[in-house]
Design a protein around this ligand. Structure first.
Ligand SMILES: *Cc1c(COP(=O)(O)O)cnc(C)c1O
Length: 419
């Protein structure tokens, strides 16, 4: 008999754990036990999860995993061990790849210009991937109170997944973070405070509260599992392209964990022999008003410095300091990618262009990737025959949109010749 209710599909409970340990992303020190609460390494740097890739190669079938339902939760073998009861799903699905037909034709593109639209995830951004996993792991490790500084989307995802996992969340956002997002966090059960400072000021409040208020700090890269969730963007993308890498991935970079996570995904897929020889060029784009990674890239530095007076209306990339800057720069360099800026005006224009020409509503951060793409085609950094994927990480409805100025007085005769 068919089921009466059509519920979100169950997450596969039939899986094996292949995670082995955590490793310091700078020194490579590897005696960090998995299955225990871990923050930063001994030298205060992010930790990365490592797996027994040789065993995975022998025992796993990529098509079996890809055939599972459950969006990013299908990649459980690429995560640390999480008991079935601690999976906190909100009905995730894989996000679509949408072709920019009109823009590509106008630019004479012979390859593919694709947008991976992450706005379809719960709370409308890719932050769902990282915080879904971080909350499941926090639950697994017996943590009950989590805290985070945010410019918006991460806070919304934390509020939702912490609630779903039965955790208390404490969220701190700058006064000028998009108001819709602060309201969303609160609506979803987060304890939200607005702060008269920037995201790094909010970060300091959270860091001090670890001792004072007994919080677990889930800030970007201060715990090791968000990146494993973000990694699924790369796993999913490779599977969608028929187990192949695109020539280039353009990513609007704030804390940079999405870019670093995807690069980790492609390295793991390559080690497993699940994709061919090609690896994607990882390209970071930042706003001219907050570009610490681009500056470090241009100077050939291996880590990024604090960017004073950061400004951009693309809130998700208004991150003046990235703790994992060395990892972002390493991924760009190893992959043969590059880092560029976009101006505020270029971002606004590109958002309008994607919406009006190809009917794709991206957030400002997402729009910045088109600016970087056009720059790369014009300067020859990318070829017209390349397959390029632009990441739209969030839902444009949460950001300001152009006003509608036309109005009609229905009490007077309508002049139909104006239409
Ligand atoms: C958080 C965010 C980013 C930046 O992502 P990182 O992986 O932290 O660099 C980009 N776009 C949107 C919409 C975001 O919410």
């Amino acid at each position: 008999m068919p089921p009466r209710l059509s519920l979100a599909p169950q997450i596969s409970s039939d899986y094996q754990n292949f995670s082995t340990h955590l490793e310091c992303s700078v020194t490579g020190r590897s005696d960090y036990e998995i299955g225990k609460v871990q923050g930063l390494s001994h030298i205060g740097m992010p930790l990365l999860v490592r797996y027994d890739l040789a065993a995975m190669k022998k025992q796993l079938n990529k098509e079996d995993i890809w055939a599972r339902p459950g969006g990013f939760w299908k990649w459980r073998e690429f995560f640390p061990e999480i008991s079935n009861e601690n999976i906190c799903s909100l009905g995730e699905d894989d996000t679509p790849l949408i072709a920019c037909n009109v823009i590509a034709k106008e630019m004479g593109i012979t390859g593919d210009l694709l947008v991976k639209d992450e706005s379809r995830l719960p709370t409308g951004s890719f932050k769902a991937r990282g915080l879904g996993l971080a909350c499941a792991m926090a639950k697994e490790l017996g943590i009950t109170r989590v805290a985070m500084p945010t410019n918006g989307n991460a806070g919304s995802a934390l509020a939702a997944y912490a609630n779903r996992a039965g955790l208390e969340s404490f969220i701190f956002c700058p006064n000028d973070a998009p108001p819709t997002m602060a309201k969303e966090m609160s609506l979803l059960g987060g304890n939200v405070w607005r702060v008269n400072g920037m995201i790094n000021d909010c970060g300091r409040i959270v860091a001090e509260g670890v001792e004072e208020a007994g919080w677990f700090d889930v800030s970007t890269q201060k715990e090791p599992y968000r990146i494993e969730g973000k990694k699924t963007m790369g796993l999913e993308l490779a599977a969608q392209l028929g187990w192949d890498a695109p020539d280039a991935i353009i990513y609007s970079t704030g804390g940079g964990m999405g870019l670093v996570g995807m690069w980790k995904a492609f390295q793991e897929l390559s080690a497993l022999g699940w994709i061919g020889d090609k690896m994607p060029k990882m390209i970071a784009v930042q706003s001219e008003g907050c570009a610490p990674i681009v500056k470090a890239y241009d100077e050939g530095a291996d880590k990024a410095e604090f960017w004073p007076d950061a400004f951009t209306h693309a809130a998700g990339i208004r991150v003046p300091f990235a703790l994992g800057g060395h990892l972002i720069l390493k991924a760009i360099k190893e992959s043969g990618g590059f880092a560029v800026t976009a101006t505020e005006e270029e971002i606004i224009d590109a958002r309008l262009e994607l919406a009006q020409k190809d009917a794709i509503h991206v957030c400002p951060e997402g729009a910045s990737t088109l600016v970087a793409y056009r720059h790369a085609i014009e300067t020859g950094l990318l070829q017209k025959s390349d397959r390029t994927v632009l990441f739209n990480c969030g839902n444009g409805l949460k950001y300001p949109m152009p006003e509608v100025t036309a109005s009609l007085d229905q009490l007077k005769p309508i002049d139909y010749s104006i239409f």
